[in-house]
Write a protein that binds this ligand. Structure first.
Ligand code: FMN
Length: 150
């Protein structure tokens, strides 16, 4: 069964609301395993077929935890090539973080990026939460379809 990791950080709860909705959407798809967490080790990343990172933007940047995780994964030569990568996050005005992280997933780890980063300003409203659910659902469906091609 394809496994999806939704790894997020959130200081004031906005990205967390998004993460819960992304997980809810992904879980509507049969035949995928969805893990929602705010902590993972570089080695754990290898266990998943898709890695979805939720990061708010603070001071035009992603969080130190997320930076360290991928720095460490790179230093340990953790192979994530060909896995599905995606990012999302709440922001206030510039929203760089999900864009920075998707570049790392794509360029450093050669992950397969099928969705642009999903950005929502401040607290997601019902329409925003719906976008998050759809985002999670599309990624999960993509994995199930890819599995059937093999
Ligand atoms: C100290 C501070 C710095 C911030 N810097 C940025 C920034 O550089 N760019 C941006 O788009 N939003 C910025 N924000 C807004 C946050 O991204 C926004 O409040 C977001 O909803 C926080 O998400 P969270 O609830 O998941 O922590 C900043 C907020 C604070 C409190």
């Amino acid at each position: 069964m394809p496994k999806i990791l939704i790894l997020y950080y959130s200081r004031t709860g906005n990205t967390e609301k998004m993460a819960n909705a992304v997980a809810e959407g992904a879980r509507t798809v049969q035949g995928v395993d969805v893990e929602l967490t705010y902590h993972a080790t570089p080695e754990q990343l290898k266990e998943f077929d898709a890695i979805i990172v939720g990061t708010p933007t603070y001071h035009h940047d992603t969080t130190l935890d997320i930076k360290m995780l991928f720095e460490e994964a790179a230093a340990k030569n953790i192979n994530l090539k060909g896995k599905v990568g995606a990012t999302f996050g709440s922001y206030g005005w510039s929203g760089e973080a999900p864009k920075l992280v998707i570049e790392i997933l794509k360029n450093k780890f050669e992950m397969n990026v099928t969705e642009p980063p999903l950005l929502i300003r401040y607290t997601p409203d019902p329409a925003g939460l719906e976008k998050c659910k759809e985002f999670g659902r599309r990624i999960a469906e993509g994995l199930v379809k890819a599995q059937h091609r093999h």
